[in-house]
Write a protein that binds this ligand. Structure first.
Ligand code: 0X9
Ligand code: ZN
Length: 438
């Protein structure tokens, strides 16, 4: 009798655990593909496969010479493996059942959230919600009223507040140069808001060590550009791989790629007009409120802004314009020099190698209508997309990896900022110009 009660209790337990199990990705696999010939043809083939929604999703092509990661629907796996063999490509399977991977991660994150409640500080122990991040920056503004300023710069489609945090050294000098940083463009790239939060903590709470970074420069940071998408990825394992915004775009598809929605070479190469595609550019430039907010920030700070930095994952890359063409801007040497300062600092710190180069050449494909090109074109002399490293099966580094990933990213960002300060010193602040500014 006792045994059968025990069995019943056990089966109930496993059933209730199973309630978090995702069905959507049952049997999907993620392949890591390498090609001895590194053929351009194979990259093209993969990118063509990627158009076959929902059978394929190419998480990353041969970015910077890395292996390509492709998620494949169970019904297509035989075909895919055959195709790879025909193309002389080698592959490993990095997730044998994406549903299982995602549901166990969902459970791990849920437990961490329970175990580590928000306590006024955001550490690197776990991933945080948009509300917690907004709460954190509001708490900082209260605690450091002469150094930290918040501004609501817009609302997401679902009505979440988009807030910038401006960090100064508190000397109240106006019209300093500006570093503009954002994170969380793509919903599933959780390490990006985590890196933005770490950057904020460092600049606010470690003034002594970072005094030079705040002497003639203010930092304006929007930690989560796409909070609707970001929150959506946290609601269930099924939604963990969501990339886009959440505004319905057609009868059966939701969301636009905010990083294809900017009004600069909008909807050219590497963007799609299929509302179901992951790289849907939207019905028109700046159709998404979240992209409008970033566009406005870029214009607000274009005069004083010396570096625009947008944090993404993954690929371990520091990318500069252009992303819409294979050509590079005339100032490519400056971009390269600053990016290399970041690259070398990270190598010196942890040995992680971030590759450096123009978006199109380094990733191996053009992606037009993105914020980095827009900011560079608007007047930021330095504009980078920083792709933090691969983790888990791609966009899901386990929480135990957050600490070292965001710390090494910070080392790179600080080094790039120092190079920018050296190259673009502040000129001409009228001595009377003091006071709060935005
Ligand atoms: O494709 C993107 O939007 C970025 N990669 S991600 O995997 N995070 O989605 C890269 C954007 C690089 N910039 C341009 N192509 N302009
Ligand atoms: Zn991204």
């Amino acid at each position: 009798m006792i045994v059968s009660w025990l069995l019943l209790a056990l089966s109930f337990l496993s059933f209730s655990n199973g309630s978090h199990k995702t069905n959507k990705y049952e049997g999907y696999k993620i392949y890591s593909v390498t090609s001895r010939l590194r053929s351009v043809g194979l990259a093209k083939t993969l990118s063509e496969l990627g158009k076959n929604v929902p059978y394929y999703e190419v998480f990353s092509g041969f970015k910077g010479g890395n292996s390509a990661k492709v998620m494949v629907h169970p019904e297509e796996q035989v075909n895919f493996e055959k195709l790879m063999e025909e193309n002389n490509a080698d592959y490993d399977i990095i997730s044998r059942d994406v549903a299982l991977t995602l549901s166990s991660e969902y459970e791990a994150n849920r437990m961490l959230r329970e175990r580590i409640p928000y306590n006024g500080r955001l550490g690197t122990e776990r991933y945080y919600t948009h509300d917690e991040i907004n709460q954190f920056i509001a708490d900082l503004a209260k605690e450091y009223p002469s150094r930290v300023f918040l501004k609501t710069v817009g609302k997401s489609y679902e009505g979440r507040s988009l807030k910038t945090i401006t960090i100064t050294n508190g000397d109240a000098r106006r019209n300093k140069n500006v570093f503009l940083v954002d994170g969380g463009f793509h919903a599933r790239e959780w390490i990006s808001p985590a890196a933005a939060v770490y950057l904020i903590s460092e600049l606010v709470e470690n003034l002594e060590e970072n005094a030079d970074l705040l002497q003639d420069f203010d930092w304006v940071i929007l930690p989560v550009v796409n909070p609707d998408g970001y929150e959506f990825t946290q609601t269930s394992a099924d939604n963990r791989l969501w990339r886009k915004t959440r505004k319905p775009s057609s009868a059966n598809c939701i969301g636009t790629d905010p990083n294809r929605n900017f009004d600069f070479h909008w909807n050219e190469e590497g963007a799609s007009q299929d509302p179901c595609a992951q790289i849907y550019a939207g019905p028109k430039p700046f159709s998404e409120p979240e992209a409008v907010v970033v566009g406005n920030l870029i214009h607000t700070y274009a005069d004083r802004g010396k570096m625009y930095l947008t944090l993404h994952s993954y690929g371990s890359l520091i990318l500069y314009p252009w992303g819409w063409t294979t050509e590079v801007p005339e100032t490519v040497d400056d971009l390269q020099e600053v990016a290399e300062a970041g690259q070398q600092a990270i190598i010196g710190d942890t040995g992680t190698v971030y590759l450096v180069g123009s978006c199109t050449e380094t990733i191996g494909y053009a992606a037009s209508g993105a914020s980095d090109d827009y900011a560079y074109n608007a007047g930021f002399p330095i504009s980078f997309t920083m792709e933090l490293p691969f983790g888990g099966s791609g966009f899901d580094p386990p929480a135990s990896d957050i600490d070292h990933l965001v710390k090494e990213a910070w080392v790179g960002i600080a080094a790039m900022a120092r190079k920018v300060i050296e190259k673009y010193p502040l000129v001409n602040i009228p001595s009377g110009a003091r006071g709060i500014f935005f």
